[in-house]
Design a protein. Structure first.
Length: 116
C-alpha cells in the first residue's frame, strides 16, 4: 500500500512539475520567484518520495534513474549552486520518470495498488 501511494504521489508531482514549467525557458524559470519556488518544492517532494520507496520496489522499476533522483535531492540542498542539474531534472528526468511510471503502471499495476 505504501509503495502504491508513493508511486502515485511521484506520478502526480511529476505531472504538476511538467505542467508548471512546460512553457518556461531556462531564463524565465530562474527569474521567476513563484514558479521556481513551487517547482523546487515539488521537485524536492518527488525526490523524497523516490528515496522513501522500498528497495524491492525500485528493483522492479529499473528504467527509472534512482541514482539521479538521489543526486537531485542533494542538489536541492543548495539549488543556486546546481542550476544545470536542477534544470535537467525538471526538463528531462521528470518527464522521463513520468513516462516510465505510466509504462510500469500498465505492466505492473499491482505496484500501484493502494488496496490492502
Amino acid at each position: 500500500m505504501l509503495t502504491g501511494a508513493l508511486l502515485g504521489l511521484m506520478e502526480q508531482l511529476a505531472l504538476n512539475i511538467i505542467t508548471l514549467t512546460e512553457e518556461c525557458s531556462e531564463r524565465e524559470f530562474f527569474d521567476s520567484r513563484i514558479t521556481r519556488a513551487q517547482t523546487l518544492m515539488m521537485l524536492g517532494n518527488l525526490a523524497k518520495s523516490a528515496a522513501n520507496l522500498p528497495p524491492a520496489a525500485c528493483e522492479r522499476l529499473p528504467q527509472i534513474d534512482w541514482a539521479a533522483w538521489h543526486a537531485v535531492r542533494g542538489a536541492l540542498a543548495k539549488p543556486d549552486d546546481h542550476p544545470l542539474q536542477i534544470w535537467v531534472a525538471i526538463k528531462e528526468l521528470t518527464p522521463m520518470t513520468l513516462h516510465h511510471l505510466h509504462d510500469y503502471k500498465r505492466t505492473q499495476p499491482q505496484l500501484f495498488s493502494m488496496v490492502m
